[in-house]
Design a protein around this ligand. Structure first.
Ligand SMILES: Nc1ncnc2c1ncn2[C@@H]1O[C@H](COP(=O)(O)OP(=O)(O)OP(=O)(O)O)[C@@H](O)[C@H]1O
Ligand SMILES: [Mg+2]
Length: 466
């Protein structure tokens, strides 16, 4: 596996090398151009001076005579190789004695024969380096009489350029080296927080939720750390809630068990004769067993719900009847807690094909909350109506309400509010799950301190089969 660190560093260095090479090529080219141009200008100046001299002092004699007699006078100061050609391009004289065969074909000579200045850079067989040649027309009063040609080796210029190139190359190598080190350090600043997160995540995976990755920067990796921390908090919180739930359930289970056990002991210890006591005791044992059964059912239900295995037994449900039953069932509690409990059935309510017990469970859970969170003297309103092919159930209370930061979470498993009346935090999550299975929607609106309104909407044509 190639680590991100190496990948980053290699990419950085690659980019730097490309940049350095491009830049250096550009610089060296510019340097070369300017050196060549300089040399060319020098040669031009010299050749022009020489040609002027010739025109002024020598043009009375023929070119041929001049070559024979005064040959070195007008170009004497020139360090370059000098050639003098006639108007046919034939070389009459060469200062170092080489006579090129095809001088007349050289572009610089051609240009000079046409009256212009000419330049040429190319190879000659008597020099390892390239040479630069400039040609200039030699004139007398009658017109062009020949061509003056200066040729110089590019050896020294090229050596200078080579030296400059070497200097730049070293600068480039150092730049690559230094930026390589910097990119290593930079990729380290990216990688080391990642490594910390990986090690924290590993610890979490093995069950240690007390470790928390440190957030170093507020970037993507910082967000990853935040998310991981949030996840760990959530897991710890849920675990705690589950434990609380289990312990509170076990506590509840113990009460009927103690009572059953107590009565069984009492009855065995010789109260067989007392028929009244015996029947009382047996009755209590029976009742408590029933209570236990219900509790165990509920627990099973809950575990099914947690593992997403709620089943629905669909039948035709008389909703009006169900609502009336709820009213009867809860009215004693309303009276006891001094809450004004009102049930309003608006118009005809058609039957609904669904699981009756689950539907009842939904309303009991919601109404239980309303009663729980509404102080004495308050009001709970249960309103049912049929609207556009669906049944709308509204449960409104004048209780303590839910704060805006808690409201989005109330339907989550194990979420319970800060209110002291909150218990296990599963009521609404079970409702939500059941309503989803029924194809309906579940909305909760609330104003803190004013009250809460839960709205359940169930579609009437939900499949149709019984
Ligand atoms: N009518 C309401 N008024 C004020 N707060 C409410 C109301 N209904 C729900 N809540 C808030 O939403 C939380 C979640 O409700 P939920 O019914 O899921 O749990 P619970 O009532 O605390 O416990 P459980 O229903 O499992 O016994 C409650 O703890 C409470 O803070
Ligand atoms: Mg509840």
């Amino acid at each position: 596996m190639r680590s991100i660190k190496t990948r980053l560093a290699v990419n950085f260095i690659f980019i730097i090398i490309i940049t350095v090479i491009l830049l250096e090529t550009l610089i060296i080219n510019v340097v070369k151009q300017s050196y060549y141009k300089n040399l060319e200008n020098n040669l031009y100046n010299q050749i022009k001076t020489s040609a002027d001299l010739y025109y002024r002092y020598f043009s009375d004699a023929t070119l041929y005579d001049n070559v024979l007699n005064n040959v070195d006078t007008f170009w004497k100061q020139v360090p370059a190789q000098v050639e003098i050609l006639d108007t046919n391009g034939e070389v009459l004289m060469d200062s170092i004695g080489v006579i090129p065969e095809n001088a007349s074909k050289m572009p610089d000579v051609k240009a000079a024969l046409e009256g212009n200045t000419g330049k040429w850079v190319g190879k000659v067989d008597y020099d390892d380096n390239l040479v630069m040649a400039v040609s200039y027309p030699l004139k007398s009063r009658e017109g062009t009489v020949g061509v003056l040609r200066f040729i110089t080796s590019l050896r020294e210029v090229n050596n200078d350029i080579k030296r400059i190139f070497l200097i730049f190359m070293w600068i480039g190598i150092i730049a690559v080296f230094v930026s390589g080190i910097i990119s290593m350090v930079m990729s380290n600043t990216i990688i080391s927080p990642l490594k910390e997160i990986i090690s924290a995540a590993k610890k979490m995976a093995s069950g240690n939720f007390t470790t928390r990755p440190v957030k170093r920067y507020d970037d993507e990796i910082g967000k990853l750390a935040d998310t991981l921390n949030y996840m760990a908090d959530e897991i710890v919180k849920r675990d705690q809630l589950k434990n609380d739930f289990i312990s509170s359930v076990s506590h509840e289970l113990r009460t009927p068990l103690t009572s059953i056990k107590g009565w069984a002991v009492t009855l065995r210890e010789g109260s067989m004769g007392d028929v009244e006591l015996l029947s009382d005791g047996l009755e209590i044992i029976e009742k408590e067993s029933d209570r236990l059964t219900v509790m165990v059912e509920e627990l099973l239900d809950f575990s099914k719900f947690v593992s997403g295995k709620i089943t629905m037994i669909k039948e035709q449900v008389d909703v009006e009847e169900l609502v009336k039953q709820l009213k009867m069932q809860l009215s004693p509690r309303a009276e006891r807690e001094n809450i004004n409990f009102e049930v309003i059935i608006e118009g005809e309510i058609p039957p609904l094909i669904t699981d009756e017990n689950r539907l009842k469970q939904v309303f009991i859970n919601i109404l239980d909350n309303s009663f729980k969170f509404t102080p004495a003297g308050g009001k709970v309103l249960f309103n049912v109506m049929c609207k556009e092919n669906s049944l709308v159930f509204r449960i409104k209370d004048t209780g303590c309400g839910i704060s805006p930061d808690e409201l989005p979470h109330v339907k989550e498993k194990f979420f319970k509010g800060k209110n002291s009346n909150s218990s296990n935090g599963i009521g609404l999550s079970i409702c939500d799950e059941i309503i989803k299975l029924m194809g309906g929607t579940f909305e909760i609106a609330s104003v803190l301190g004013k009250g809460t309104e839960a709205t359940v909407t169930l579609p009437l044509n939900n499949g149709g089969e019984v």
